[in-house]
Design a protein around this ligand. Structure first.
Ligand SMILES: [Zn+2]
Ligand SMILES: [Zn+2]
Length: 255
């Protein structure tokens, strides 16, 4: 119908311009909702490199009571500035949504919330990352072993707000801002394709038992960092990436 309309207008230029825009949208495998539905690590190069996407937008949607701390926002900027090539800058959007009061969230619950509340997807030169903070636990948690956060799609991650609150601030526990930041940066590391999951390893360092994680206990990408098992490894500061992880990032377009 659109084509007919254009024919009626009769302008060849209009037709060409229209089909050009149309083709670009259809051919760009890294833009829009389809790209956001790819798996974790599958847009690692586009996230890290500055070839196509020169700007980054972080969209944070949090349930009431779980607003990300300013400390986390600051640390995220530093982390991204250290590792990604986005010469046109990084901007943040924040939106509060009502708490649902749900005890547990399945991955499909989380994806549904994203579908409802996410407004920004990759387009033109802008690479987008979505962070959701929910007011409940992950449905796949076990009594002794639970998740603080997760990366679940190519540009999407989630934090389980109550887990972070309950496991921070006590004796020999990280403070809430440090724990929240640690988990968020760890999940960002997964979106960057670490370890060996979208970003190839320069030197072998994937954990034998826990895939997509670094074998170095003091690295941000150590498996235990996103679970309760890592709490005793954390001190008063956010763990950093080790040399192996940094090398991988550089070799895949990051810095
Ligand atoms: Zn992990
Ligand atoms: Zn590492």
């Amino acid at each position: 119908m659109k084509k007919t309309l254009l024919k009626l207008i009769g302008g060849i230029c209009i037709c060409l311009a229209y089909s050009c825009v149309d083709d670009r949208v259809m051919e760009d495998p890294f833009a829009g909702k389809p790209a956001a539905r790819l798996g974790v690590g599958q847009l690692a190069n586009q996230l890290l490199a500055g070839d196509q996407f020169t700007r980054m937008e972080i969209e944070m949607v949090y349930m009431s009571g779980y607003r990300p701390t300013n400390f986390m926002l600051g640390e995220m900027v530093t982390f991204l500035e250290d590792y990604v090539n986005k010469s046109d800058g990084i901007i943040f959007r924040q939106k509060e949504i009502p708490a649902l009061g749900q005890a547990n969230y399945t991955i499909s619950d989380i994806r549904e919330l994203e579908e409802t509340h996410r407004e920004r997807y990759n387009e033109r030169e802008i690479f987008t990352v979505f962070l959701l903070v929910v007011d409940g636990y992950f449905s796949q948690d076990e009594e002794e072993n639970f998740a603080l956060g997760a990366a679940y799609n190519s540009t999407s991650m989630v934090l389980f707000g109550p887990r972070i609150v309950e496991n921070s601030g006590g004796f020999r526990r990280p403070s809430l801002p440090v724990l929240e930041t640690t988990v968020t940066l760890h999940e960002l590391g997964h979106l960057m394709g670490l370890v060996n999951n979208g970003t190839a390893m320069v030197h072998e360092h994937e954990d034998d038992e826990y895939e997509s994680h670094c074998d170095n206990e003091s690295c941000l990408m150590y498996w235990a960092v996103e679970t309760n098992r890592g709490l005793n490894l954390m001190g008063s500061t956010v763990p950093e990436l080790d040399e192996n992880c940094k090398n991988d990032i550089r070799a895949n377009g990051g810095k």
